[in-house]
Ligand binder design. Sequence first.
Ligand code: AMP
Length: 404
Amino acid sequence: MNILVINAGSSSLKYQLMDMDHETIIAKGICERIGIEGSNLQHRPTGKEQVRIEKPMSNHIQAMRMVLDALTDPTHGVITSMDEIGAVGHRVLHGGEKFAGSFIIDDDVMAVVRENIPLGPLHNPANIMGIEACREVMPATPMVAVFDTAFHQTMPPKAFMYALPQDYYKRLRVRKYGFHGTSHRYVSRRAAQFLGRQEQGLRIVTCHLGNGSSMAAVKDGKCIDTSMGLTPLEGMVMGTRSGDLDPAVVGFICEQDGIDVQEAMSILNKKSGLLGISGFSSDMRDLLNAIDEGNADARLALDMFCYRIRKYIGSYAAAMGGVDAVVFTAGIGENNAIIRELCVEGLEFMGIKINHEKNALRGGERDISADDATVRTLIIPTDEELVIARDTLELVENLPGKPA
Ligand code: AMP
């Protein structure tokens, strides 16, 4: 069966068509600047030339029509008709407390995704637009929602509660939810397979280090703690997000600078992190180049980034009563040997030690631990689209009346 994976943002729509008999990518691409001047679609069919189509797209429905046209085009298409798409899997940011797994999209599921808009005000409305666009242009195709928060729903209350008056939890559901769940789920399972171990009995710290970064403590295959919170702002130092800080900072800068909470939150979300500290970029590669030229602010940003990760590795080991494997993934985690080294520097006392040569080699899934390390340090490239496609296939195959 072919499965179309959709990740809709407010002005973008990423897609990937997968042949699930072989788990291969047939085509992928992105519609950008939806509803803005200069809309375009970049379509990358496997084994054919990439195309860029400039055409106005005033909404996600038009974008979805363009995607289907591109997929079925006689020249750069990869299928002959829409009927060759068996199901659609949608990435949805916030499932709140109701979704601990993936679900076939129906009106009840949509109602909960809408209910969670206050918790994911930027992403859930965009995800809804993506789902509605697909329902409009392919009404007979079953669809599945895969939530970024779902994997973290196994956290116990002592990990997910904030020490606020309980009323905020009971009335407004203020708690830690965590994000990047499909990535943490995928890499922790792959890590267990890579090590030839059952998930039961394994204690893994997963480090998803990209533009947005998060970590998780995964014990017996279940998430018991994660770094992101009510929103993706908590935790690591990220591209533009501050991560953890004293909440009193918000009140203080509001008072001192006469700004409102909204503006302060925008500073914490969009002007902080690597960008805020370096003063010039949120992109780790830019910072590394600047460090080579002696830029002290870029160096400070890098040190803060790695130091916080190191602290979290220690705290998650404590939370799990030890650690068997540390897994690095995503743009920074998969690609940068120096940063991986800085993140585990000084952790030899707990058995975490990297082999420099192995760490410097490029490649896919690999073990970069030193021979005398008692904790395995692994690199596992993440594949969120594959997780979404697998979940979608599994649910659709079990639909009553659907062919297996
Ligand atoms: P992601 O959000 O997973 O796509 O990751 C994006 C981040 O990965 C950006 O900050 C990039 O600068 C960073 N990145 C990609 N390749 C490298 C690399 N070789 N070294 C350091 N950072 C990298």
